[in-house]
Write a protein of this length. Structure first.
Length: 74
């Protein structure tokens, strides 16, 4: 999956984001729940600290303006 991009909507625990990042894709993870965002950030900090190819943030799939700002993903 090198040179691919992955958008993880409603990332939950972040386990899928971690798996896809390990396969080599750039990952953008977001979730509405702040506890989930924290969980994802902990995984990133453990396995990929400071990695610019993995973005973690809080956001809602119901927020059209937020979604417009995400761009396109594979």
């Amino acid at each position: 999956m090198k040179d691919k991009t992955f958008l993880d909507i409603g990332s939950g625990s972040g386990i899928f984001s971690l798996a896809v990042r390990r396969l080599g894709a750039a990952v953008h993870s977001f979730d509405y729940n702040p506890d989930s965002v924290h969980c994802i950030q902990v995984l990133k900090d453990i396995y990929y600290p400071g990695d610019p190819a993995w973005t973690v943030e809080q956001g809602s799939v119901l927020d059209e303006e937020y979604l417009k700002g995400l761009g396109c993903y594979d």
